[in-house]
Design a binder for this molecule. Sequence first.
Ligand code: FE2
Length: 238
Amino acid sequence: MYKIGLFTDVHGNDLALKLILKEIEKYNVDEIISLGDLIAIGPNSNEVLDIVTKLNNFSSIRGNHEKYYLFGFSNPLSCTESTHQDWVKESINPHHQSFIEGTRYQINKTIEGVKLCFMHYPLRSTEPVHYEYIVHNPEASDLDNLFKDVDADVICYGHEHISSFIKGKKLYLDVGSCGCPYPEKDITRGLILIIDNGKVEYIPLKLTYNSVEVVKDMYRKEMPERDFISKNFYLYKK
Ligand SMILES: [Fe+2]
């Protein structure tokens, strides 16, 4: 039996990350994989990196926000979005740069004959790197099309922030955001993937918590876009 603890889209929310890691710990997993976007949106990207870089048997996929950190933000939706990304970059201790550089767009593994693929979201181009546009509320046929080029039995991904577990030609597990959930607020999500004698099982994790300290940190640190982000992603109102 092989167990993998998964989370994605932590987005600078160290409180949610600590909660989900504590839950994952109960399952005695063989390894932990982050599916990308550890940083940005939330106030504590550096603290998140401090935590994950100390984990054993841990690897991380590169999300669009790690891509922005490394290569810049080519077409921001607004100038405040750019200001937010610049602030995130400045908030991260430069010693974390090599960890972010070591993230990969995709990890493939074969466990007990089952082909697994871990990614943030499929890429529509590799040079330069662009992620596919998000398909909201996907049906199995949408995901069959989106992941048609991925050679795997099980695909674990994130990016949309909403969790879904859909069987099409492959099994598609959207873990749902750990630190910036949608549509529900003040929950954190993760997933335990179990391969047992070639059989695939999964246990979605979902915990509720109080985001007050996360929102307070946004204001204490004067994070750009704090009004928009706290209003849309967290229950606590300053
Ligand atoms: Fe994200």
